[in-house]
Design a protein around this ligand. Structure first.
Ligand code: HEC
Length: 99
């Protein structure tokens, strides 16, 4: 970011994390659809719908205990507050068309 400031992009010159846009839930969730297809039948469970508390509990389980699963590596890449944002996002997708 500081480098960019040097080559004349002052709009991106934020040196402070506070000034960077936080990724929205849509961006956080995008890689999930590579495996959790929302359209095609799959053995991998769909993520839309379902109670938020269940989603968050599953993510923590993968992060802390299910170290044998590919989801362990994925869950580690997100923070607890991201889990909450994702949980809300997937619950709300219940009312949206498949993507
Ligand atoms: C590389 C493929 C892959 C990606 C990418 C992926 N998952 Fe998964 N996910 C899986 C597999 C496989 C399972 C079943 C794992 C198991 O039970 O061991 C799973 C299971 C889950 C479950 C449990 C579902 C249930 O009903 O039991 C949740 C929640 C979940 N994933 C969330 C996510 C989220 C959120 C993302 C994106 C941040 C994501 N996954 C990205 C492969 C993936």
């Amino acid at each position: 970011m500081l480098l960019l400031a040097g080559v004349g992009f002052p709009a991106y010159a934020a040196s402070d994390d506070e000034q960077r846009p936080r990724p929205g839930a849509d961006m956080l969730a995008r890689p999930c659809f590579a495996c959790h297809s929302d359209r095609e039948p799959s053995v991998i469970p769909k993520l839309r719908g379902g109670p938020e508390t269940r989603f968050i509990a599953r993510m923590r389980e993968f992060r802390d205990r299910r170290t044998d699963s590919v989801m362990h590596r994925i869950a580690k890449g997100y923070r607890d507050e991201d889990y909450q944002q994702l949980a809300r996002y997937f619950r709300q997708l219940d009312q949206a068309p498949p993507r």
